[in-house]
Ligand binder design. Structure first.
Ligand code: ADP
Ligand code: MG
Length: 665
């Protein structure tokens, strides 16, 4: 008996739905693309409960003729291509004829449409692929498509839907990108009755960018326009001093559809290379036009990916043209250009090494320097912090007395022994070094480390005590030099040490900020000028509901209206100059986290602040600064790894060195 049979249309549609209709955002995308293909000039989208309850897309396009209405829901029924040849010159967004039957297979749809202006239209209702109604009904020209109870008959799929907020996030993302790809169409987008997007449809891309990302983003845009025999580029790219903390704001549009392309993203990032700070990304809306024969759009069921026939040339063209725009500007990045608020009086030394602003008593009774270099010096040839040496050369009185004293008089620092009881697990790298017996890592054995929360700052400043308790202590370190402004070289009787200065400083700062975030309200201080932040409309709505979390961290963020938020007060110890970037990253975290609790918030905020406030690699330190760094590190509760778990120091015993030089075999 024959075992193979052709599946009936209904099952085939359900199978196709698995690919085409991944989540509510896919429905929105397919329906809006149909509306765009129908030459609409106004498209209204309203969704309820993240699209899981209902999605409605209403357009003023060509509409569907009464006789075609049922056919439109057949599998592979399309008005957009007719034969195989057409497949290689697609100019419409749709062409597979799969969306309507797939959507109708897994939801309850109702379609009201008219292809003429005489008020005569057609109403179709389908539930789970079953035709319920097909009759004449009054309608203006255009199409009104409603999808309710998505996945009502596929519970397994429904179970995988995330929260309303997550689904709304995906829908908003799709809406923003379609609006960016079609500035000549007026889009309105609502969720549960709240308007999240309105574009005018006057063809002005900058207006759409402002509607999506805010006006300050739109002001930071540079136009890009280029052409070669095969390709045309148009759109906007952001100035490098206006950055975002994630790469979601890179939109590439090919033939009117936004696409995901790692190759194009990489080309753009190459053009921005060295112009952006680490982990910051540009905002970009780039439209690429080419003959349809140069691109294959039939490679992805949701048409999110395409294949270019001359991709190497295209990527190169995009990279070169992007770079040309960036290089054509005076774009000398200045630290803190974007930052609003009082600044200018921060000192490298004080900022980077002191735990508190203002004079601070050192263990030996000296205080930290309070005479500060001018912040404007920061933009000189150093492109970062000025070398403390340079500052001292200009004005010898700025030599930090405390550091000098410390350096001259005190013995190398020895940490107070850890009092705590919890065993600290070594990071893999250190464990690896330690596992080789001949290597004597600083963290050779499992160290006890205090991780009790709430030890006072004074505790961190306590003079290092001797190691007479028998517990492992942080090694004594004598400074030798610095390698490439990145690693400190030190030694003691046991051997040679390399210390990652950034990791060390991050650890010190992290413990400081962790302490501070335990009671941020105590330190709250009003800013002279509020910090302004802008988010997308959907982010703004979500943030509005989570403002109390910022307050818990001492950041008084308030919704100023629309997409704008203001911060009017902050704890005084908040890292100066980086406030805006840190709050943006906090916001990103608060938005992405499903459940937030105070402990997680404290941890995350401390890491963000410590990372920003810490000396970076490629920075020359004075001997005094190094000594100060060592002393503070030795006072840390856990001085061996940075908050991201990377090792702070590695070591070589005398024996290791002898072995490496083959003095012993
Ligand atoms: P495709 O878009 O790939 O052709 P669909 O299943 O999305 O396939 O739609 C089937 C057909 O229904 C389209 O080819 C088009 O003729 C018609 N159609 C769908 N939506 C609309 C709309 N909003 N306005 C006019 N025609 C539409
Ligand atoms: Mg379609």
């Amino acid at each position: 008996m024959a075992k193979i049979h052709v599946l009936d249309e209904h099952i085939a549609n359900q199978i196709a739905a698995g690919e085409v209709v991944e989540r509510p955002a896919s429905v929105v995308k397919e329906l809006v693309e149909n509306a765009i293909d129908a030459k609409s000039t106004v498209i209204e989208v309203s969704v309820e409960e993240g699209g899981l309850q209902s999605i409605r897309v209403k357009d003023n396009g060509t509409g569907i003729e009464a006789d075609d209405c049922e056919t439109a829901f057949y599998r592979h029924a399309t008005s957009k291509i007719a034969n195989g040849r057409d497949l290689f010159q697609i100019t419409s967004l749709g062409f597979r004829g799969e969306a309507l039957p797939s959507i109708a297979a897994v939801s309850k749809v109702s379609l009201l449409t008219a292809s003429t202006d005489d008020g005569k239209g057609r109403l179709i209702k389908i539930e789970g692929g079953k035709l319920i109604c097909n009759q004449d009904a009054p309608s203006g020209q255009g199409t009104d498509f409603e999808v309710r109870e998505l996945f009502f008959n596929t519970p397994a799929r429904l179970k995988y839907m995330k929260s309303v907020q997550t689904e709304l996030g995906h829908i908003s993302d799709a809406m923003y990108r379609m609006a960016l790809a079609h500035p000549d169409i007026s889009f309105r987008f609502q969720h549960n009755g709240n308007q999240l997007l309105h574009t005018l449809g006057n063809g002005d891309l900058l207006q759409v960018i402002a509607a999506v990302y805010g006006t300050s983003a739109a002001k930071a845009m540079l136009p890009i326009e280029a052409e070669d025999p095969d390709y045309q580029i148009s759109g906007y790219i952001s100035r490098p001093d206006w950055t975002r903390s994630n790469r979601n704001a890179v939109t590439t549009i090919v033939g009117g559809r936004y696409i995901r392309s790692n190759g194009l993203n990489a080309a753009v990032m190459r053009a921005y290379h060295t112009l952006l700070p680490i982990n910051r990304y540009p905002l970009l809306v780039m439209k690429l036009d080419m003959h349809p024969s140069l691109v294959d759009v039939n490679v992805h069921p949701a048409k999110l990916e395409v294949r270019f026939s001359k991709e190497v040339e295209l990527y190169k063209f995009v990279e070169d043209e992007t770079r040309k725009v960036l290089m054509g500007q005076t774009l000398i990045p200045r630290p803190g250009r974007e930052t609003i608020g009082p600044k200018g009086s921060s000192s490298f030394i004080q900022e980077q090494f002191a735990f508190q602003k203002g004079p601070k008593e050192l263990p030996n009774g000296e205080s930290l320097p309070t005479t500060l270099p001018d912040a404007d010096n920061l933009q000189s040839e150093h492109r970062g912090f000025p070398s403390p040496n340079a500052v001292n050369d200009r004005n010898p009185s700025m030599t930090p007395p405390a550091f000098t004293q410390q350096n001259k008089q005190s013995e190398p620092y020895r940490s107070r022994p850890s009092q705590a009881t919890e065993s600290f697990a070594l990071s893999p790298q250190i464990r690896e070094a330690g596992s080789n017996n001949s290597y004597r890592s600083a963290t050779q054995n499992s160290y006890n480390s205090s991780r009790e929360v709430g030890a006072s700052i004074e505790g961190l400043w306590a003079p290092p005590a001797g190691g007479d308790t028998g517990l492992p202590v942080f090694p004594e370190l004598n400074y030798i030099g610095q390698h490439h402004g990145t690693y400190i070289i030190a030694q003691n009787d046991e051997g040679l040490y390399l210390i990652d200065q950034h990791a060390a400083h991050e650890r010190i700062n992290y413990e400081f900020y962790y302490e501070q975030f335990g009671r941020p309200a105590d330190a709250s201080q009003e800013l002279l000028l509020p910090i302004t932040l802008e988010f997308t409309p959907s982010e703004s709505r979500q943030l509005g509901e989570r403002l109390h979390w910022f307050e818990q961290a001492g950041v008084y963020l308030e919704h100023f209206g629309g997409q704008t938020f203001l911060v009017r007060s902050l704890p005084y110890w908040f890292p100066q100059g980086d406030e805006k970037a840190i709050i943006e990253e906090m916001a990103e975290w608060v938005l992405s986290e499903r459940t937030i609790d105070l402990a997680k918030l404290r941890e995350k905020s401390s890491i963000l602040c410590s990372c920003k406030a810490s000396i970076k690699a490629n920075h020359k330190l004075t001997e005094q600064e190094v000594d100060s760094l060592f002393s503070r590190l030795s006072a840390c509760k856990q001085p061996y790894t940075c908050p991201h778990g990377r090792p702070i120091l590695i070591s070589f015993s005398a024996y290791d060195l002898e072995k490496l030089f083959k003095r012993v075999m």
